[in-house]
Design a protein around this ligand. Structure first.
Ligand code: FE2
Length: 337
């Protein structure tokens, strides 16, 4: 069964975002989301779980209304089953199970990381890309190879988004800080070009990266008050994105692939997109960036991976619809490619 023309409701809840989306006949009809925010920047799981409980019905209703469909038309419910934070995953899974059982609609649980890659294959011309997945908690290079999605490289300490947010807090930029760091870095580049780069610990080991050394060094430099925040942000951005480009390029060479797809919240960064375009051009490849609404955690990607798996014959029974917070990407059985 390879007919992808069905109507699916996707539900995302792996971390701070609760999302719902309707995809019908391969078209994204709605992609609603509400992300937990806090003044202090902390993400306390039970507070985020409360957020998801509070907004889940509104978000789902809104996704159906925007798509102009009713539950009667939904033929499949897809939810993020793995990996993620247990307290949040549980809310999405519970909502999905309830809707499935009340409305008698088939259910499918999907892997969030693979969903980031598959939405790229739906919405761009990328056919078999390396995914550079750069978000708060995740920094990974993922690709389809020898029958599975495999993680070729990842962060050895923190995710790049968390690194930028923590550094932003040190710099007094508030939370979230990634976009602000990007704006300050751009201000420096606009005024000084490539001048004034401060060398920071560049940590690449094979296809893995690390941000701890840069964090410590940048914080020390900030405390000396010898450099402007703009200059520090510029130096940080150039360093960490160059590291990501190096591992992405190595993965492309290793796998013999010519396409790079950016995914995750940090993929919204214009400078990262610019560097990816340049790197791919230099090696006769092609770089693909999605609209920001599909870079950040979103339910459209969950809905679409659900369609792929379901039409390939997969289905999750209610009794098997438990969350799997630690499932590894390469443990997912791939039968839709
Ligand atoms: Fe994500």
């Amino acid at each position: 069964m390879k007919d992808h023309n069905i109507c699916v409701l996707g539900i995302e809840s792996t971390a701070h975002t609760f999302g719902a989306s309707v995809i019908k006949n391969k078209k994204v009809l709605s992609n609603e989301r509400d992300a937990f925010t806090s003044e202090t920047g902390g993400m306390i799981p039970y507070e985020v779980a409360d957020h998801h409980v509070d907004c889940c019905d509104t978000i789902i209703k809104s996704a159906l209304e925007t798509a102009n469909v009713t539950m009667k038309e939904i033929q499949l419910i897809s939810f993020s089953q793995s990996p993620g934070l247990g307290a949040m995953l549980r809310i999405g899974a519970m909502v999905a199970r309830s809707l499935s059982s009340i409305h008698n609609i088939p259910l499918i649980g999907v892997n969030h990381c693979i969903a980031h890659l598959e939405i790229g294959r739906l919405l761009t011309d990328a056919k078999d890309p390396i995914l550079l997945y750069a978000s708060g908690a995740n920094t990974q290079v993922i690709a389809y190879d020898a029958g599975k999605y495999r993680v070729f490289g990842e962060t050895l300490d923190m995710g790049i988004g968390n690194f930028l947010d923590q550094l932003g807090r040190e710099f007094g930029l508030g939370f979230p800080a990634g976009a602000k760091i990007g704006m300050l870095a751009k201000k420096w580049r606009d005024e000084h070009g490539d001048e004034g780069y401060i060398e920071l610990p560049y940590t690449v080991k094979g296809m893995d990266v690390g941000f701890g050394g840069i964090f410590t060094k940048a914080k020390q430099l900030y405390n000396t008050k010898e450099y402007s925040v703009e200059q520090l942000c510029f130096s940080v951005e150039e360093t960490v994105y160059a590291m990501l480009m190096e591992v992405a390029e190595r993965a492309m060479a290793h796998c013999g692939k010519s396409e790079l797809l950016l995914g995750g919240g940090v993929a919204c960064a214009p400078r990262l997109q610019e560097m990816a375009t340049q790197m791919c051009k230099d090696r006769n490849g092609e770089s693909f960036a999605l609209e920001n609404q599909f870079n950040v955690d979103n339910a459209a990607m969950i809905a679409w991976l659900g369609v792929l798996m379901y039409t390939a014959g997969e289905k999750t029974e209610l009794s098997d619809a438990k969350i799997d917070p630690y499932l590894r990407t390469d443990d997912v059985k791939v039968n839709w490619r």
